[in-house]
Write a protein that binds this ligand. Sequence first.
Ligand code: NAP
Length: 326
Amino acid sequence: MKKPYVYITRNIPEEVIAPLKTLAEINVWEGGNKKVPADILKREAAKSIALFTTLDDNINKSLIENSPNLKVIANMAVGYDNIDVSAATKHGVFICNTPGILSDTTADLAFALLMSTARRIVEGNQFIKEGYWKDWGPLLMVGRDIHHKTLGIVGMGRIGEKVAKRAAGFDMQVLYHNRSRKEEVEETLNVTYCTFEELLEKSDFVVNLLPLTEETKNKFDSTAFSKMKNEAIFINVGRGLTVEEDDLLDALNKGEIAGAGLDVFRQEPISNQHPLINLDQVVAVPHIGSASIDTRYAMMRLAVQNIVNVLQGKYPEAYVNKDVTI
Ligand code: NAP
């Protein structure tokens, strides 16, 4: 009998794909880290029972409608804003993600960005490498304290809780904002719920961990930045489109806020010519929140396992559209 066809949109290690080998005919995109062109993805999806995708693969309604055999899309990310979930649900396609296993690693990165922005680590590194370190002075490369300051977490979910845990080690006061209060978390992690506006006004560091939805799109705009303290540092590890980057640039240029640590951008990859990237008070990294070797392997393995489960007639380990049934 002909094996079902599975398409994998990134060149992932053979050992990770192994559990799929006996169950399916597998085709792996050969372009390495280059994104699969939309026409190839659509053509491959049309033949597939399962797709292994990453966060920059655009899985839109037309691709889903054009793929009659599709049963599962295993996105190697916790976010799934690259996928039209309602179209997938309508067509009975499981949308899988990789929640939880990347939370600690992503929280580490959020904290690394926070620390490097506050303590000017990247600037200091460049300062030495470019030969500017000639003298020492009391105010040379002074930054901002982290310990005992107030941290505001917008989007206090799995990753937010891990960030709050790290903040406790720095004796920080932690505020958070979600649509719903988490009283149990308030007690165990000693965090305080507040409105979005209150959080912006009171925090020395604002960490954005919002998923991208219609509601969160452009949430951080000029109004939001104008409410923040002039000494505050903004960290974005959520999604780029939740931030109006022009407004962020303005706020930094006008001194409305002091700095930004950015892992995600409206357009990825962001150009090195973008004015945000060229500000000294901005530390930018290329969407590497979950990029530790252990976590990336765990994410790839979970994505593959989600496909294996569906091919074996079982529910995936992690999926977001609970209305879909086997
Ligand atoms: P999660 O557990 O679902 O947490 C998201 C939190 O955001 C929830 O607590 C939710 O609480 C809150 N939220 C959602 N919509 C909101 C709104 N309109 N206003 C206020 N709060 C809202 O997700 P997670 O695992 O922590 O991941 C969070 C996001 O981080 C992902 O969706 C992804 O976009 C991003 N991420 C980025 C990287 C990276 O590499 N940079 C890595 C992993 C994840 P309520 O439902 O109560 O509002």
